[in-house]
Ligand binder design. Structure first.
Ligand code: GLY
Length: 317
């Protein structure tokens, strides 16, 4: 039976490797997706997810996360959660609850404490420095405050055929308190059906929500589209429609995997992702929008990786 994992951005690569190791040992898709996302949440240099994520306009780090089980359609989600080590684990736990399974703000944090999840100040000194610097730049140069919204989104398929989806994000940098993006929203940030496949999104939540693209990609795969054809059709047709009717389409990138471990990606900005399955080791690729509603996908180069490593760890001046 096929198995595999796909996740957004280069930051997910170590998590994808770990997820594939679990899946190869016949562990569940749920454990694999949670482990994958925790790996990203725990790494302090990824500034849009978990520990080290960037705070809102008031300097508070509010995080969003979700978990979905593709056999049962169980969903758990948190939004605006603070001071909790792994929002994805809280979301997964909530997915087991028949009621109250999407919690926001204080209610989400309180639930985590009651359920024994680890409390942790998630705002690093580095993230705080970036926030202070940005605040100064915004005031001095009268800039649009919003920047950066890279979510880790992942789909996993295990050897029993179960599929799961997970997301985690600190959302839009400098967002207003209480702002929630697409990441915890079913259909927008993620969707999975173990009989078809799954999809997940990263990008500007406000615009992703307008298209419910994760659901649309799964729906298209259910109609027989390959993951790549489903991603191309959903993402580029919506990009054009939004540009036409709303005047502008924010950045968005979607990934998908089907029940055979086949995958697809579409994006309207340069986008990296990591993917592997029972036939191919985890590998990082870079994707760009191609001509005529297609996607150009290439393996990442060593030069790109070296520059990325340098960039994420560069001193904040
Ligand atoms: N896609 C993450 C967000 O907009 O919050």
């Amino acid at each position: 039976m096929a198995w595999g994992a796909i996740a957004t951005w280069r930051m997910a690569h170590d998590g994808v490797i770990e997820a594939l190791r679990l899946l190869e040992k016949q562990q569940s898709a749920g454990d694999a997706v949670e482990t994958l996302i925790k790996t990203v949440e725990d790494y302090p240099y990824y500034k849009s997810v978990g520990f080290g994520g960037l705070p809102n306009a008031e300097g508070i780090l509010e995080m969003d996360a979700a978990f979905m089980h593709g056999d049962t359609f169980e969903i758990g989600a948190v939004a605006g959660i603070t001071d909790v080590k792994n929002p994805i684990s809280v979301a997964r736990k909530l997915s087991k609850d028949k009621f109250n399974s999407f919690r926001v703000g204080e209610g989400a944090t309180k639930y985590s404490m009651l359920e024994g999840f680890e409390r942790k100040s998630m705002l690093t000194e580095r993230a705080h420095k970036i926030w202070e610097k940005r605040l100064k730049e915004i005031h001095e140069n009268n800039l649009n405050p919003y920047d950066g919204h890279d979510t880790v989104g992942a789909i996993t398929l295990d050897q029993t055929g179960t599929m799961t989806a997970g997301t985690s994000s600190s959302g839009l940098f400098m967002k207003k308190p209480g702002r929630v993006g697409d990441s915890p929203l079913s259909g927008s940030g993620f969707y999975v059906d173990s009989e078809i496949g799954g999809a997940t999104a990263t990008g500007l939540g406000e615009d992703l929500m307008k298209g419910c693209l994760s659901y649309e990609i799964v729906r298209l795969m259910g109609e027989g589209f390959t993951p790549q054809a489903a991603c191309d059709k959903a993402v580029y047709e919506f990009h054009d429609k939004l540009t036409d009717r709303y005047g502008k389409a924010g950045a968005f990138s979607l990934i998908a995997m089907n029940t055979q471990g086949e995958w697809g990606v579409a994006t309207n900005v340069e986008f990296t992702f990591s993917v592997g399955n029972n036939q191919a080791e985890a590998q990082i690729f870079i994707a760009n929008m191609g001509a005529n509603h297609t996607t150009e996908i290439q393996p990442i180069t060593q030069e790109w990786l070296a520059a990325y490593e340098k960039r994420i760890k560069a001193p904040i001046e």
